[in-house]
Design a protein around this ligand. Structure first.
Ligand code: AMP
Ligand code: MG
Length: 401
């Protein structure tokens, strides 16, 4: 069937969203609480790293020109201690890994290559200058950028900043995100279902996904399909930086979300994306608040979040590359294309030893099948078109593990 209403492509919808995002103001964050946050400004090394020429091995600091030969041991340096004296000709100073290499020394002979006692050592082989010495600033010089603005701080970035002496970082404040599940049929897990009811799943998906994307989450109590309850809850949700609703954005008589949002002053930017699942997704703004209306089926929520909400959350925090990053792999079995819509097909990724990435589409691709979707490790992008993508076709996919 031909769509009457023109639908945006995924990329058009993403562009419309990102052009409405205003990054949130920055605050100073202690490094110990900065995991997952996004740098608002570049962070620079406070010191050379390493701060001083240091030894890469337990051994003896020497002049390379003095070995092979017999050397007098004139001092011992423990890690964390300065060196008492310069190294003179014919001398050796014992150093521990990470210890200061004294002035005058230009190499460290590992302890395994030395015979000797407390007073003198014999070194049988030569050693090139610089061997086993980590020069000051060899990793980064003082003032060098350790991480540029827009970097999301993961474990290696946090360690790098700490090592470079950075105690606090400027990061966008965490976006406040409200979640509202709509639907008279919804009951919380644990309740007994009456006829026609189902368990409410979307707010659990969204709460976890939003927190993962850096948000401070406000999970509102789900509302039934009744105007006054919608209005009260939506009004509260609109006080956040982001409001994500689920359900109630299709064309049925109980789909109230968009109408009431309009009454509350939400400007609808678009409604409808050429994607399966998740077509009737709506996006609007009220002031600085971004408003996402995801359709109710849980797999539509999963896909809509990854394609549209997560990029917005990252952009709000000033991330340099907020859009989803696709990887490449090959289909293990054929997938039928849709003429009008791109599909995100749930699949299991297999990384083979030969470097091939294989994607096995799962049985059960309907948008209510969240149990099937929960087994997936990939969302495979199947571009719209005629016919099918054959087994072995190269495709792009999003990692969802
Ligand atoms: P709707 O978009 O409101 O028409 O909902 C589409 C389908 O998703 C219906 O079968 C709903 O029962 C279901 N659904 C809506 N909200 C949720 C939810 N929060 N958790 C699980 N299923 C839902
Ligand atoms: Mg509904």
């Amino acid at each position: 069937m031909q769509e009457v209403r023109p639908l945006l492509t995924i990329e058009e919808a993403q562009a419309r969203i990102l052009e409405r995002v205003r990054p949130l103001p920055a605050e100073e964050v202690p490094l110990g609480r900065a995991a997952g946050r996004v740098l608002a400004e570049p962070a620079s090394a406070r010191v050379d790293l390493p701060p001083f020429a240091s030894s890469a091995m337990d051994g003896y600091a020497v002049r390379a020109a003095d070995v092979p030969g017999r050397l007098r041991v004139v001092a011992r340096v423990a890690a964390g201690r300065p060196v008492a004296r310069e190294l003179g000709p014919g001398e050796a100073i014992a150093v521990a890994t990470g210890g200061v290499v004294p002035g005058g020394a230009d190499a460290v002979v590992p302890v395994e290559y030395v015979v000797g006692d407390d007073n003198s050592i014999d070194v049988a082989t030569g050693i090139p200058p610089g061997e086993n010495v980590r020069p000051a600033g060899g990793d980064a010089h003082a003032g060098a950028v350790v991480a540029p603005a827009g970097t999301r701080l993961g474990p290696p970035q946090l360690a790098a900043l700490a090592a470079a002496g950075v105690a606090t970082v400027a990061c966008a404040r965490p976006p406040r995100a409200a979640i509202l599940a709509t639907g008279t049929e919804l009951r919380p897990p644990g309740d007994v279902l009456r006829p026609g009811e189902i368990y409410e799943a979307n707010s659990f998906l969204l709460a976890a996904a939003l927190a993962d994307a850096g948000a401070a989450v406000d999970r509102l109590a789900p509302v039934e399909d009744e105007e006054e309850r919608h209005r009260a809850a939506l009004e509260r949700g609109l006080e956040s930086d982001v409001l994500v609703t689920s359900g109630g954005v299709s064309v049925g008589p109980h789909d109230l979300v968009r109408g009431i949002e309009a009454e509350l002053g939400v400007e609808e930017v678009f409604w409808g994306v050429a994607v399966r699942p998740g077509k009737p997704l709506s996006f609007g703004v009220r002031g600085a608040t971004l408003v996402f209306g995801l359709p109710g089926n849980p797999v539509s929520v999963l896909v809509g979040f990854e394609l549209f909400v997560r990029p917005a959350m990252l952009a709000l925090q000033g991330a340099a590359e907020p859009l989803p990053r696709y990887a490449r792999g090959r289909l293990r079995s054929a997938v039928r294309r849709m003429p009008e819509r791109d599909q995100l097909v749930r699949a299991v990724v297999e990384h083979r030893d030969d470097g091939e990435v294989l994607l096995q589409p799962l049985e059960g691709q309907e948008s209510h099948m969240i149990v099937r979707a929960a087994r997936a490790s990939a969302l495979v992008l199947v571009p719209r078109g005629e016919g099918e993508l054959a087994a072995g076709a190269s495709v792009r996919y999003l990692d969802v593990r």
